[in-house]
Write a protein that binds this ligand. Structure first.
Ligand SMILES: [Zn+2]
Length: 77
């Protein structure tokens, strides 16, 4: 594989939260594209729920980065 001469610092919790927020973003974007032709109250309710899920996951990620010592080290690079 690649030539990784630098020490890779990885925070497992950060990776998990990042995965979750990306999955939530993907769901949200997919639904938005999927239903762009259909308008209705149910549709908007679903979208709002997915948007809220994503924003929640994203906020968790940001909070974690701010408070996590491992992530502070990664950010310094
Ligand atoms: Zn971390």
């Amino acid at each position: 594989m690649g030539n990784h001469s630098l020490v890779q610092v990885v925070c497992a919790e950060y990776e998990r939260l990042l995965d979750e927020s990306q999955a939530a973003l993907t769901n949200w974007a997919y639904e938005r594209a999927e239903i762009s032709g259909h308008r209705g109250r149910d549709v908007y309710y679903d979208l709002r729920t997915l948007q809220r899920d994503f924003l929640k996951a994203w906020a968790l990620l940001q909070n974690h980065k701010r408070d996590c010592e491992v992530c502070q080290i990664i950010d310094d690079h």
